[in-house]
Design a protein around this ligand. Structure first.
Ligand SMILES: [Zn+2]
Length: 226
């Protein structure tokens, strides 16, 4: 009786386990169909909080605010195309906790941690440029880590789209910046325009231009991935 009962219990346990496994398989198939994230991208809006970055020459618009607005446009483009998007910052605040000594280092360290835990296909850091010794300088400029072939390819691809948008002929440039070097993931910094130039500033403060700009960065990225 005890033996029969034990055998019955073992058979029942196997059946239950098989049902659980089957339902897990079915649910993961369903999840795969409903959320086909192709790749994860990290979008980094530079600066934030007590660090506004550069200020617009005419309106004093903060670089940190423009960076986040452009990142939000990019997020929409990538998410609509089925990418999983991770943002380093989602509001105007910085990532350093309290603005005490060493805040910039803590802010950068936090960005690195977010990228590493997302393990993305690529990371795009959004900034605005400033060149007060020649205020006629305009247009987008992309930077990459000179050690990274993929970084260069991504930067070249985005640069060509930004050149087409702004009528410029810049080459993507090597840059020794923390955001390019802090992880192993393919990374670029996109300086979208010059806040030291009044025309660029005017464009960057317009939502329709930011949408256009983000779309060019997005299509440049797709061309790289394709
Ligand atoms: Zn910046």
């Amino acid at each position: 009786m005890v033996l029969i009962r034990r055998g019955f219990l073992i058979a029942a346990a196997f059946t239950a386990a098989a049902i659980v496994l089957l339902s897990l398989c079915l649910s993961s198939v369903a999840a795969g169909l409903s959320s086909p994230a192709i790749f994860t991208v990290v979008l980094d809006a530079g600066h934030g909080g007590v660090d506004p970055g550069v200020l617009g020459v005419q309106t004093k618009v903060k670089e940190s605010d423009l960076n986040l607005m452009i990142v939000r446009e990019l997020q929409e483009d990538f998410e609509n195309a089925g990418f999983a998007v991770v943002l380093t910052r989602t509001d105007e605040g910085g990532l350093y906790g309290l603005p005490t000594e060493g805040f910039k280092k803590r802010d950068m360290q936090k960005r690195k941690e977010i990228i590493e835990s997302a393990a993305p296909r690529l990371m795009i850091s959004v900034h605005q440029n400033n060149f007060v010794s020649d205020r006629s300088r305009r247009g987008g400029q992309v930077f990459y880590n000179g050690e990274s072939e993929e970084g260069k390819a991504l930067a070249d691809s985005i640069q060509s789209r930004l050149n087409a948008l702004g009528g410029c002929a810049y080459s993507a440039l090597k840059g020794d910046y923390y955001m390019l070097n802090c992880t192993q993931y393919t990374s670029v910094i996109v300086e979208c325009g010059f806040l030291s130039n009044a025309e660029d500033e005017k464009l960057l403060t317009s939502k329709s231009y930011r949408e256009q700009l983000a779309y060019e960065i997005f299509t440049g990225t797709l061309a790289f991935l394709g």
